[in-house]
Design a protein around this ligand. Structure first.
Ligand code: GDP
Ligand code: MG
Length: 380
């Protein structure tokens, strides 16, 4: 019989798996066994109907078939690069630091490409970490971290590590505190302090450290567990240290991802390119993206035509942690949109987009009804 996994059904209906399982429980449906997590097509249809969809049972195409093999044991998956966001007070040197890191990545990389500003870039981990499971580090590099904010608002998380840049001549400032608070509230996100501009005569590292301590940041150098490095984004001093520190954290965090499953990821930025049409930088978080794949982001789909990496090279594969610009979009997707590969190709992708559009329309109508009711109430 046709079955559909709970996770796939949740994905098709665009809702969280936990939420869907909770609703199913509320409706008195038999609890799905966590080790099974598959539904018959009849049960799946029931759920869809309850959620206001008009499911079509089509053994061939209506639902994703649960893959032959269950998801792999996490600890057996290959390692993936950590994804890092650099944040901090204005003028403390974020852009300069990113620019220096980016040019370092080109100097160290094998391919003699020219760096492209695509919203993220990879930096190879130095020779000191030859035995490290972490080979590269991915830095998010979106202007104002628009994608970061958008993704957060959608409850998505791609960042593993936040580097908080604090200028050694300026110290802890309001936006520094914001970053420290963010790092505190964000689950599973590690914090690294980069005390920047140490090349300046006015730099006072000790003062910065004390100010951080006063903010409740327990630095490693003072017996705590928050690593800090002294750097100069301008001269490049200490950047090897920063890379080392990040790769060590990543190794301890044991970041892994499936490379064989269908591709998943996030749109970091998007624009219309003169030659290539609508393009979007996609950061793959799981699976492998390849040309020819049908993917969906928000209410837009794409048959992947070409993929270009951050060095401007066309690539045939994008694995987890790897940012690539993707061409082939029918329309422009939005930064922060989740990207999912349609299991069965184009038809699935189109169907998913149609479903999502229908759902959005429905929500709009419901909102209108709500408004009308409110107006009526007020008039009474
Ligand atoms: P952002 O606002 O955090 O992106 O800061 P920028 O990278 O734009 O830097 C603000 C100013 O500080 C610029 O004039 C930079 O040249 C300068 N700056 C950034 N990093 C360093 C550094 O490590 N040393 C020195 N001396 N100046 C720096
Ligand atoms: Mg800047």
């Amino acid at each position: 019989p046709t079955v559909v996994s709970v996770s796939n059904l949740a994905r098709i209906l665009d809702m969280r798996q936990k939420r869907m399982m909770q609703l199913m429980k509320n409706w008195g449906m038999e609890e799905v066994k966590p080790d099974l997590l598959v539904l018959s097509s009849e049960d799946a249809s029931l759920v869809a109907v309850e959620l206001g969809f008009n499911p079509v049972i089509d053994d061939e195409a209506a639902f994703d078939i649960y893959p032959d093999a269950p998801p792999a044991e996490p600890s057996t998956l290959p390692h993936r690069p950590p994804v890092v966001t650099i944040m901090g007070h204005v003028d403390h040197g974020k852009t300069t630091l990113l620019d220096t890191l980016r040019s370092t990545s080109v100097a160290k990389g094998e391919a003699g490409g020219i760096t492209q500003h695509i919203g993220a870039f990879s930096v190879p981990v130095g020779t000191a970490s030859e035995n490290s499971a972490i080979r590269t580090i991915t830095f998010l590099d979106t202007p104002g971290h628009a994608a970061f904010t958008a993704m957060r608002a959608r409850g998505a998380r791609v960042t593993d590590i936040i580097v908080c840049v604090v200028a050694a001549d300026d110290g802890v400032m309001p936006q520094t505190r914001e970053v420290l608070n963010l790092a505190k509230t964000e689950e599973n996100v590690e914090l690294v302090i980069a005390i920047n501009k140490v090349d300046k005569p006015q730099a006072n590292v000790e003062k910065v450290k004390n100010a951080l301590l006063a903010e409740g940041v327990q630095l490693e150098s003072l017996g705590g567990d928050v690593p800090s490095v002294e750097v100069s984004g301008l001269t490049g001093k200490g950047l090897d240290d920063l890379i080392e520190t990040i790769s060590t954290i990543a190794e301890v965090a044991d970041l892994r991802a499936d490379q064989t499953s269908k591709a998943e990821g996030y749109v970091l930025e998007s624009k219309v390119d003169k030659g290539r049409g609508p393009i979007a930088t996609v950061l793959v978080t799981s699976g492998t993206l390849q040309p020819g794949a049908a993917i969906v982001a928000g209410t837009v789909w794409c048959r992947v035509r070409q993929m270009m990496d951050d060095k401007g090279q066309f690539v045939k594969k994008a694995s987890p942690g790897m940012p690539v610009t993707v061409s082939g979009w029918k329309e422009l997707p939005e930064a922060g949109d989740e990207v999912l590969q349609a299991i069965k190709g184009e038809d699935d992708a189109k169907r998913a987009v149609a479903n999502r559009k229908r759902e959005i329309e429905k929500r709009k109508i419901l909102k209108d009804v709500e408004k009308i009711n409110e107006v009526r109430k007020a008039e009474r």
